[in-house]
Design a protein around this ligand. Structure first.
Ligand code: ATP
Length: 205
C-alpha cells in the first residue's frame, strides 16, 4: 500500500513555508509521493489578488522541486469553489489501494468542522497538521476531541517549526518592492517579475 500525500492550497503565491510543511511531512510519514493541488476558488477564505490557475501552477512547479512531488490541476479544471471532499473522493477512487494523508497548517485544521462534508474527508484521509502561529499542540488536540471525538486516531499533529510567512504578507512585500528571496525561489521571483504578478497597480489578476 503506497502512502499518498495531498496538499491543497490557494498558493497565491506558494512559498517556503508551504515547502517546509510538505517536505517535513513527506519525511516524517515516509510518504511515497505528494500531489500539490492549487484551488480554483478557495471555499474557506477570501482570495484577493488571485493570480490565474496557470500562474499559480507554474509557481508551484518552481517551488516544489524535490523527488516525490506531483501536481494536479483537477480543482482548477473543475472550476468554481474547490471542495476538498470532492478532491479526496476522486483521488481515492483513482488510487483505491493507497493510504491518503491530507496536509494542512493548524490554522486550517481548526476550521475543518465547518468545511463541506468534513466527515467524508476524515473517513478517507488521515489529517496531518503542523502547528502554525499561536496554535499549540494542546489546543489542536482539544479541537479534535471536541469536533471529531470518534476519529481522533485519524489526526496526526506534528511539531514542525513553521517558516513565519504567509502569501498575504508576500503579496504586500512584492507590491512594495521588498526583498523576498528568503521566502520564494529564484525561479518564482523571475516568473512573478516577468508576469507582473502582485505588483502595485496590477489589478488584472
Ligand atoms: P494567504 O495568506 O493568502 O491566506 P497562506 O500563506 O495561508 O495564504 P494557503 O495557500 O492558503 O497559504 O495555504 C495552504 C496551506 O498551507 C494551508 O493549510 C495553510 O495552513 C498552510 N500554510 C500556509 N503558510 C504556512 C506556513 N508559513 N507554515 C506552515 N503552513 C503554512
Amino acid at each position: 500500500m503506497a502512502k499518498l500525500g495531498i496538499f491543497g492550497g490557494t498558493f497565491n503565491p506558494p512559498h517556503k513555508g508551504h515547502l517546509k510543511l510538505a517536505e517535513q511531512f513527506m519525511d516524517l510519514l515516509e510518504l511515497d509521493r505528494m500531489v500539490i493541488i492549487p484551488a480554483c476558488i478557495p471555499p474557506h477564505k477570501d482570495a484577493p489578488q488571485l493570480a490565474s490557475g496557470t500562474d499559480r501552477m507554474a509557481l508551484c512547479r518552481s517551488l516544489f522541486r524535490g523527488p516525490g512531488f506531483e501536481f494536479s490541476d483537477m480543482e482548477l479544471l473543475r472550476g468554481g469553489r474547490s471542495y476538498t471532499s470532492d478532491t479526496v473522493r476522486i483521488l481515492q477512487d483513482a488510487h483505491p489501494s493507497d493510504a491518503l494523508y491530507l496536509i494542512m497548517g493548524s490554522d486550517m485544521l481548526v476550521t475543518l468542522h465547518a468545511w463541506h462534508e468534513p466527515l467524508e474527508i476524515v473517513r478517507r484521509c488521515r489529517i496531518c497538521a503542523a502547528t502554525r502561529g499561536d496554535l499549540h499542540r494542546a489546543q489542536l488536540e482539544a479541537y479534535v476531541q471536541e469536533h471529531f471525538p470518534s476519529f481522533q486516531d485519524r489526526f496526526i499533529i506534528a511539531g514542525i517549526e513553521p517558516v513565519v510567512i504567509s502569501s498575504t504578507r508576500l503579496r504586500a512585500q512584492i507590491a512594495a518592492g521588498a526583498d523576498v528571496r528568503d521566502y520564494l525561489t529564484d525561479g518564482e521571483i523571475a516568473y512573478i517579475a516577468e508576469k507582473g504578478l502582485y505588483h502595485a497597480g496590477n489589478t488584472a489578476q
